[in-house]
Design a protein around this ligand. Structure first.
Ligand code: PRT
Ligand code: ZN
Length: 286
């Protein structure tokens, strides 16, 4: 059966660019969507629906879309019955509580009897309950940061990225309620054909993400130091070793993780490696 997977992406906003880039990194071509609400990938059985991010969980739950990409903050707030199948690593932010910068913050009990404005009432109420805070939540849909200034609330609970919005409104962040990033969600009852397509997509996403945090390393090693140099390289399996024209030297190729990078390079140099080249990897299929 020729099934097509339907993916819901944010039409325009902070997630749009990352979502489209995710597809192109996976080798999925989507012609420029312009103002259209739907598009078809040319080389993968994928149909794209462009929606407001707030609507995506419900559409995925109701099977209008099979999968969707949106912020974990919205997934948690809407609390629909969908699965989170992959963290995507972009549009990172946090949901935080903020108060007037001149107030003295004493801990969660500070919020007792204080009005808090937010677009995330469900997540906030859960945090208040966990922290034994008794107070009113004032739900507003946008421009939450101005609520204290106009006397609508004494505190806010909103998305923070750089913190500059809070700063320019005379507020300070006092509690982080959750960390968020773009995630992929999926309907819980996908047909096996669609499940196979989703797995194919996730396999590609993982290959791209793995490649981002790894580097390909090439170096020349004197043969008498080969064993020591190989023992320093973490590698996926064992490194590739090929002889050089100079019979006392070999070329060694391997993969190293970004986090261990400088330490490994230092050790390799100390062990006698020369001509070290480090190159980015485009895709990594393990
Ligand atoms: O129209 P639609 O409903 O689809 O979009 P939207 O306006 O509801 O969402 P959008 O595009 O603003 O954000 C989509 C998602 O991006 C959010 O749900 C978050 O998961 C993520 N994200 C990442 C952010 C931010 N960073 C962010 N900085 N969402 C909002 N902000 C806002 C925040 O509300 C505040 O007003 O930016 C301001 C704070 O930024 P800083 O850098 O000043 O701290
Ligand atoms: Zn929205």
């Amino acid at each position: 059966m020729n099934d097509t997977l339907k993916i819901a992406l944010q039409k325009s906003g902070r997630l749009s660019e990352g979502s489209m880039k995710l597809l192109s990194n996976c080798g999925v071509n989507v012609s420029n969507n312009g103002r259209r609400l739907m598009a078809q990938a040319s080389n993968f059985p994928l149909e794209i629906l462009f929606l407001r991010d707030d609507d995506i969980p419900e559409y995925v739950e109701d099977n209008v879309a099979d999968i969707g990409v949106l912020g974990l903050n919205v997934v948690k707030e809407k609390n629909k019955s969908v699965d989170i199948v992959e963290k995507l690593g972009f549009s990172k932010c946090r949901l935080s509580l903020a108060i007037d910068k001149n107030q003295n913050y004493t801990g969660p009990s500070f919020f007792n009897e204080k009005q808090i404005a937010t677009s995330y009432p469900n997540i906030l109420k859960e945090w208040l309950q966990e922290n034994n805070v008794k107070t009113d939540v004032h739900e507003i849909s946008g421009s939450v940061e101005i609520a204290p200034g106009i006397g609508l609330a004494e505190a806010i609970c909103d998305i923070v990225s750089t913190g500059s919005t809070l700063f320019s409104n005379g507020l300070k962040e006092v509690e982080t309620i959750m960390h968020s990033e773009a995630v992929m969600i999926a309907n819980r009852n996908l047909s096996s054909e669609k499940q196979t397509l989703l797995e194919k997509l996730i396999f590609r996403i993982n290959a791209v993400n793995k490649a981002k945090t790894n580097r390909y390393i090439l170096l020349n090693a004197p043969n008498e130091k080969l064993e020591q140099i190989i023992s320093i390289l973490p590698g996926m399996k064992s490194p590739t070793v090929t002889p050089l024209a100079d019979k006392d030297w070999s070329s060694v190729h391997s993969v190293i993780g970004e986090e261990a990078f400088w330490e490994v390079i230092d050790q390799l140099k100390l062990a006698g490696a020369e001509g070290i080249l480090v190159v980015p990897i485009e895709k990594m299929v393990l």
